[in-house]
Structures are given as structure tokens and as C-alpha cells.
Design a protein around this ligand. Structure first.
Ligand code: IMP
Length: 202
């Protein structure tokens, strides 16, 4: 049995305001007051785990240790098995363009497509969520969505690697789908469903 979250306050262990807003919206029905790491001036820990779950735990434990509040963190990325699992936990870093010295997902998708060549184009997005309590208890959940990487990229919706990813059973890339359609099937949605079913009571 997972531990039930019964507090009134929760830290979302992220400095990304978009992510904090999305998570706050998902938790709105449970009457939780959400604070971001940035609002509480919490530090950003080094994400040196080997898996999405390890990195999510590093972030949630760090935030709960500094704030004394239950903290929720997520870690996500794209995994390409035929390339040994890259970009995986390095999905954000893989997009660093050395010429512009910025994160650039057109550059990242181009690089990935070249690395793929005629190898198997199966891929999946994964999202790990970690909920950490100040007494050291942690609950983790993972969601995945399997699909194929296409070229050329299609669509401008979403973010990151969305324009080259088609989920199994669908015709549009995540970059072409409406946000609500992507959010119904995404790795993040699946991980959240598991978290809410296990740890939140409405
Ligand atoms: P982080 O968990 O915020 O560090 O995100 C890791 C990286 O994974 C992002 O910068 C994106 O490159 C990639 N990623 C995670 N989720 C998605 C998604 O839903 N669509 C496209 N790219 C994603």
C-alpha cells in the first residue's frame, strides 16, 4: 500500500514554471497549496542518477530536505533502444548546440535522425515521479508511451522531441496533436494517473 498524501502543502521540486503550473492544475481537485522550488529559493541538486527514477528521487529528496515539506519531482526523456537508450536521462543535455551555445531541439532531432540512419526507429518517452516525505519515505511511479521516430519532423505543438514522435496506434506526431490529445496518453499523464490513484484521495 502506498502512503497517502494528507498534508495541505506540497513543494513541486522544479524551477520550471511551466511544469509547476501543469502539476498545480493536476493537483487542484485535491485542495493542495503548491509551492515551487524557485518560490522557496531551494537549490537545484546535481542529477547524477543512472535512471529517471533515481534522478526524480534526488530532486524530491533534496527539496523535502531543504523545505521540510512533502515534495514532488519528475524526470523524463526520450529513449531509443536501437541506439543503446540515448538520449535517455540526457535528453535535455543532448539538445545543447555547441555553435549557438543554446538548447536547440531542431538540432537535437536532426542529430538523432542522423544517428538512427536505417536502424530500428522504435522509441519511448518515459516519466518518473517521486513523492518524498520529510521522514525519508518515498513513493515513485513511472509512465511510458511507446512509438516510432519519423523524419522529417511534423508539427509545431508540444515541445522537445514531440515533432518526430508518433505514439503506437496514432497517425499524428505529438507535434501535430492537440495538447489535450497528447496529455490523454502521454508518459507524464500515465505516471500522474498512477500517483493520484495511489497517494491522493479526493
Ligand atoms: P526534464 O525532465 O524536464 O529534465 O526533461 C527532459 C527532456 O526530455 C526535455 O527537455 C525534453 O527534451 C524531453 N522530453 C520529456 N518529455 C517530453 C515530451 O513530452 N515531449 C518531448 N520531449 C520530452
Amino acid at each position: 500500500m502506498a502512503r497517502i498524501f494528507s498534508d495541505k502543502k506540497l513543494v513541486v521540486a522544479s524551477h520550471n514554471e511551466g511544469k509547476v503550473r501543469e502539476i498545480s492544475d493536476l493537483l487542484a481537485p485535491f485542495g493542495v497549496e503548491v509551492f515551487s522550488s524557485a518560490a522557496l529559493d531551494l537549490s537545484e541538486p546535481v542529477e547524477d542518477g543512472q535512471t529517471f527514477i533515481e534522478n526524480a528521487e534526488i530532486k524530491s529528496r533534496s527539496a523535502t530536505g531543504e523545505s521540510g515539506l512533502v515534495s514532488l519531482a519528475d524526470d523524463s526523456g526520450l529513449v531509443v533502444p536501437s541506439l543503446g537508450g540515448i538520449p535517455g536521462i540526457h535528453s535535455a543535455r543532448y539538445a545543447y548546440n555547441p555553435w549557438s551555445e543554446e538548447r536547440d531541439f531542431n538540432y537535437a532531432m536532426d542529430k538523432l535522425n542522423l544517428e538512427l540512419g536505417d536502424k530500428d526507429r522504435s522509441a519511448y518517452f518515459a516519466c518518473a515521479l517521486s513523492l518524498a516525505w520529510p521522514d525519508g519515505h518515498v513513493e515513485t511511479f513511472e509512465g511510458k508511451v511507446h512509438g516510432t521516430l519519423v523524419w522529417p519532423t511534423r508539427g509545431n505543438n508540444g515541445f522537445g522531441y514531440d515533432p518526430m514522435f508518433i505514439a503506437d496506434g496514432y497517425a499524428q506526431t505529438f507535434g501535430e496533436m492537440e495538447a489535450s490529445a497528447k496529455h490523454a496518453i502521454s508518459h507524464r499523464a500515465q505516471a500522474f494517473k498512477k500517483l493520484i490513484n495511489a497517494c491522493f484521495k479526493s
